[in-house]
Design a protein around this ligand. Structure first.
Ligand SMILES: Nc1ncnc2c1ncn2[C@@H]1O[C@H](COP(=O)(O)OP(=O)(O)O)[C@@H](O)[C@H]1O
Ligand SMILES: [Mg+2]
Length: 295
C-alpha cells in the first residue's frame, strides 16, 4: 500500500483478500449474531442504492457497543471481509478505516470542519472506486475528544459530540453514496442509546464471554499455539483442560483470556525457550494469576 492516505484515514484495503481471513472466525459469539451482522451488511451494500429514497431505506449504520476486549474491532474487521467474500461476484469491496485520533477537539471549529470534509469529500470519493464500500470508525468516542482529557475516562460530552459528528456525516455520505456501510464501535454503551439507536440498522452489544464461551476461547487460543508447536495439540483438544482453565478465567474479557494462555508460555524459561513444553500446571498458574488481578 504505497499511496498517501487522506487526512483522517488510517487505512484503505481492497477486499476480499486472503490475509484478511481469520478475524471473523476467531471471535466466538452466537452464530445468529454473526448472521445478522452479515445479512445487514450485505443488504446495505448490495441493495442500498435501490432502496434509497424509500421509506424503509436502510441508514447504512451498524453499531458494535460493549466493554473493551469483547471482540468489537475484530468483529468489525471480520465483517468487512465476510461481506466482501459474500459479494465478490458482484464486485470488490473497499474497507476504509477512519483514524478517530486525527481530529482533536482543541480547535473545535477546525476539527468539525475536518470531520465534515471527511464525510462530504474524502469518503464519497473513496466510495466511488469500487462497487462496495465499508467505512469503519473504531472507538468513535476518540473522535473529537479533547486531547488532554483522552488519557482519563472519556467525558460523556465528548462522546456525544463524537457520535453527533458521525451521524450528521453519515447523512451527508448517504446522500451522495447510498449503499455505503458505516460500521462504528464504541466502548460506551450509553452513547448508543442516545444517538445511534433510532438510526442504526443494527446495534450489537458485545458482552463478556459467559461460562460456556470462556473454555472455547481457551481452546481456540491453544489451537493457535498448536499450529506452531504440534506437540500442543494434546492440550488444544482436551476439553477437560479448557473447562478447568476456563473456570478460573470466568469474568475476564476475551482479550485477557487469550493473553493469559499466551502468557503461560512466559512463566518459565523452559517454556519460553520451547513452547512445546507447555503443560496444564503452567496454564493453571497463569489463569490463577490473571484471576487474582481481576477486580
Ligand atoms: N468472544 C470472543 N471470542 C474469541 N476471542 C475474543 C472474543 N472477544 C475478544 N476476543 C479476542 O480478544 C482480542 C481483542 O478483541 P478486540 O476485537 O480488540 O476487542 P474490542 O475491540 O472490543 O476491545 C482479539 O484477539 C479477539 O480475538
Ligand atoms: Mg477495539
Amino acid at each position: 500500500m504505497s499511496e498517501t492516505l487522506p487526512h483522517g484515514v488510517a487505512g484503505i484495503h481492497a477486499l476480499p483478500a486472503d490475509h484478511h481471513d481469520g478475524p471473523w472466525d476467531s471471535v466466538i459469539v452466537e452464530d445468529r449474531l454473526k448472521e445478522r451482522l452479515l445479512a445487514t451488511a450485505v443488504l446495505v451494500l448490495r441493495h442500498g442504492r435501490r432502496l434509497a429514497g424509500s421509506a424503509v431505506a436502510p441508514h447504512g449504520l451498524v453499531v458494535l457497543a460493549g466493554p473493551p476486549g469483547t471482540g468489537k474491532t475484530t468483529l468489525a474487521q471480520g465483517l468487512a471481509q465476510a461481506a466482501a467474500r459474500t459479494l465478490a461476484q458482484q464486485g470488490a469491496t473497499t474497507l476504509v478505516e477512519v483514524d478517530p485520533h486525527a481530529f482533536p477537539s482543541e480547535m473545535l471549529g477546525e476539527s468539525q470542519r475536518s470531520v465534515s470534509r471527511l464525510f462530504r469529500e474524502t469518503l464519497p470519493e473513496l466510495a466511488a472506486r469500487r462497487p462496495h464500500t465499508i467505512v469503519l470508525v473504531d472507538e468513535v468516542e476518540a473522535l473529537a475528544v479533547r486531547r488532554h482529557s483522552a488519557s482519563f475516562d472519556t467525558n460523556p460530552v465528548d462522546v456525544h459530540r463524537a457520535t453527533d459528528a458521525v451521524l450528521s456525516g453519515l447523512d451527508a455520505l448517504r446522500a451522495q453514496r447510498p449503499g455505503t456501510l458505516l460500521v462504528v464501535t464504541t466502548n460506551f454503551a450509553e452513547a448508543v442509546d442516545e444517538a445511534f439507536l433510532s438510526r442504526a440498522d443494527l446495534v450489537v452489544r458485545t458482552e463478556l464471554p459467559d461460562e460456556s464461551v470462556v473454555p472455547l476461547i481457551v481452546a481456540d487460543s491453544l489451537r493457535g499455539l498448536a499450529a506452531q508447536w504440534p506437540e500442543l495439540a494434546v492440550l488444544a483438544e482436551d476439553s477437560a483442560v479448557h473447562r478447568k482453565v476456563g473456570k478460573l478465567l470466568h469474568g475476564l474479557d476475551g482479550r485477557r483470556i487469550r493473553k493469559t494462555v499466551h502468557g503461560a508460555l512466559a512463566l518459565r524459561l523452559e517454556t519460553a525457550r520451547d513452547p512445546a513444553l507447555l503443560n496444564l500446571d503452567d496454564l493453571v498458574a497463569a489463569a490463577e494469576e490473571a484471576a487474582a488481578e481481576r477486580t
